[in-house]
Design a protein around this ligand. Structure first.
Ligand SMILES: [Zn+2]
Length: 377
């Protein structure tokens, strides 16, 4: 059979040229892709600086597709998704990062922290807790413990909150005695009397200068029919923490009247008032003063010190007017006007409330309510 070898003479160079062209094409393609990744990245950055987050996300997605091995781009994209409130996508990005085998230890911890933040922001507290627990022993430990503390407080898991606070304290991140005392008081509110008393005494021992354990214990003793014990508890607090006297003036005067200690309580309140006049202490004095005319005189004396609308209104309530028939309407208008002045205001966020809170319902800060009414701030 006759075989034509002539194809080899011109065929081989063609194959060679084709191969060379293909390799050139691959190289060019690769160069284009390499150039595209930073280009898309910088485009994303520009959008980000112009606060055009949607366009920035599109550009970063393109950059990540062009260069799937770059972890920095994934971090940038994941954080952007979270900031946009697209938590599912943020979680997917960070889970993808964690699933990669080539990630450095530091980047793995960073991705774990980012994932925990995604869950926290999304309000998926169970998953956030799990993700945060994995950060113990890493550089993110303090942040993780603080976030865990927030989760336990929000879910009112006081036992776990105490364990976490002790860990933070042990690692030198501040003094958590007052916070731990609050946790014990919180547990006491739901415990039977015997257990509640035990918890409150524990809180008192832990934070002797804190007002809440003594106030809660006195309330418990009063409910249990022992006003003398309640009086002793409040007196000790008045001595240990004079700044808390405005908070206890009301219950102290009631308890003192119930157990025959009115005179001594009046002395305590008068001493406190002289050092630092307060509306609540003034009300306590008025309640304890045996002579009613002298009692009302305290409002006038207070007006000499402070131009207080609250004190003026209280004095007027007990006065007989020339046109007494109009007194109820006038009193009603005044009472309405002083209502905002008798509120408590959070020093951290400005949230105002009729009652005093140990933990602000607005910003969750502890002990952020001064013992003074809005009018006195
Ligand atoms: Zn607040």
């Amino acid at each position: 059979m006759d075989f034509d070898f002539s194809w080899a003479l011109w065929g081989l160079p063609i194959v060679f040229v084709l191969g060379w062209a293909a390799s050139r094409f691959d190289l060019r393609q690769l160069r284009i892709e390499n150039r595209q990744a930073p280009k898309a990245y910088f485009r994303g950055l520009t959008f980000l600086l112009n606060e055009q987050q949607d366009q920035a996300i599109d550009a970063f997605i393109e950059a990540v597709q062009n260069d799937p091995d770059t972890s920095e781009l994934h971090f940038a994209l994941g954080n952007l998704f979270r900031r946009r409130g697209e938590y599912e996508r943020a979680v997917r990005v960070h889970e993808h990062l964690l699933s990669r085998g080539d990630l450095t230890r530091a980047d793995r911890q960073r991705a774990q922290h980012a994932l925990a933040l995604d869950y926290l922001k999304a309000g998926l507290l169970d998953r956030a807790e799990e993700a945060l627990r994995k950060l113990e022993g890493t550089v993110f430990e303090e942040q993780a413990l603080l976030a865990l503390l927030g989760i336990y407080e929000r879910s009112r898991d006081w036992a776990q909150a105490a364990v976490t606070a002790r860990k933070l304290e042990g690692a030198g991140h501040g003094n958590f005695s007052n916070r731990l005392a609050h946790y014990l008081c919180e547990q006491a509110t739901r415990a039977p009397n015997d257990r509640a008393e035990q918890l409150l005494r524990e809180a008192l021992a832990l934070a002797p200068g804190a007002a809440r354990p003594a106030i809660d214990l006195a309330a418990l003793e009063r409910r249990a029919g022992d006003p003398a014990a309640a009086y002793r508890t409040l007196s000790r607090l008045a001595h240990a923490a004079p700044s808390a006297i405005p908070l206890i003036a009301g219950p102290l005067s009631e308890i003192a009247l119930a157990c025959g200690k009115a005179e001594r309580a009046l002395e305590t309140l008068k001493t406190s008032y002289e050092l630092s006049p307060s509306l609540d202490v003034l009300e306590g004095i008025v309640a304890l003063e045996p002579d009613r005319a002298a009692a009302r005189g305290w409002y006038v004396q207070h007006l000499g010190r402070e131009p207080s609308l609250v004190a003026a209104s209280r004095w007027l309530a007990g006065e007989v007017l020339t046109h007494e028939e109009f007194h109820p309407q006038i009193q009603q208008a005044l009472d309405h006007a002083i209502k905002p002045l008798t509120r408590y205001r959070c020093a951290a966020c400005g949230f105002e409330a009729k009652q005093h809170f140990w933990q602000c319902p607005g910003c969750q800060a502890w002990d952020s309510y001064p013992a003074r009414r809005v009018e006195e701030l």
